[in-house]
Write a protein that binds this ligand. Sequence first.
Ligand SMILES: [Zn+2]
Length: 333
Amino acid sequence: MKNMTDFITQLPKAELHLHLEGSLEPELMLKLAQRNKLSLPYDDIAAIKAAYEFGNLQDFLDIYYQGANVLQTEQDFFDLTWGYLLRCKEQGVVHTEPCFDPQTHTDRGIPFQVVINGISSALKQAQTQLGISSYLILSFLRHLPEEAAFETLEMALPYRDQFIAVGLDSSEMGHPPEKFQRVFAKARAEGFKAVAHAGEEGPPEYVWSTLDLLNVDRIDHGVRAYEDAELMQRLIDEQVPLTVCPLSNTRLKVFTDMADHTILKMLEQGVMVTVNSDDPAYFGGYVAENYQALYESLEMTPAQLQQLAINSIKASFLPQDTKNSIILQIESV
Ligand SMILES: [Zn+2]
């Protein structure tokens, strides 16, 4: 048996839950701040790294939005996305469906086209130079009103060929799925696919209403579905993909310890679970480190890790024939 890290790297994988803003490494934050002549409340890399050692969700959000402020030009968004894609290449990610939060940028005066053009050109370059395919997801911030999401969607429609789906992220509690029912219906009518965060900090009821009212193709996180047997049966029957993020879950204390994580039980019961990194610069690892953590803490077997990679391809928005050929490659690793 070869080294497990090599085995994980060699598995062709898709990543389906990744916030581009959450892949901003301290080094790039400092570089962009200097390039844009912005002052940061941190003196050096060590101070930024120390701030990344947040203790709770609010501290995380504070440093996350502070980080986003250094993103100003199309080149900045290109560099952010390209840095992430190089990690994908190192780790055997052959296809990625990252999301971005336009409102985090447009609300501080950065034009929408600056954001999406920078991201899109990096994604295109990755296809030709790195052999990594991708579809982009446009996420609405759920702590803001639905009206603001409608405005964002309107703003994005002229760029419709540059993203495939809409999503919903940021603080879940107090912002139930029904708040965004109309804007998701509109996005659906425009031909977009849909995903949404649900059942991370929010209860299983939020997963039910995300499925019923937002008509999503996938649930981001969804780990709290495990508390509801009827919901689990529905996820199994309908093979609804869950984009689970193990290191994020332990970092934000959704599970106290990785050994308590329910992803293996869900996998064994037949739920379409996948492994993803969420905000890897902040949560201690990219997708391969997440697979590695499951291997170490839950003693997942190579066959189970292989199944997770197969699930990531099945749960993607790739065409069926492409899925079939990648799955054959996974089975031969
Ligand atoms: Zn997320």
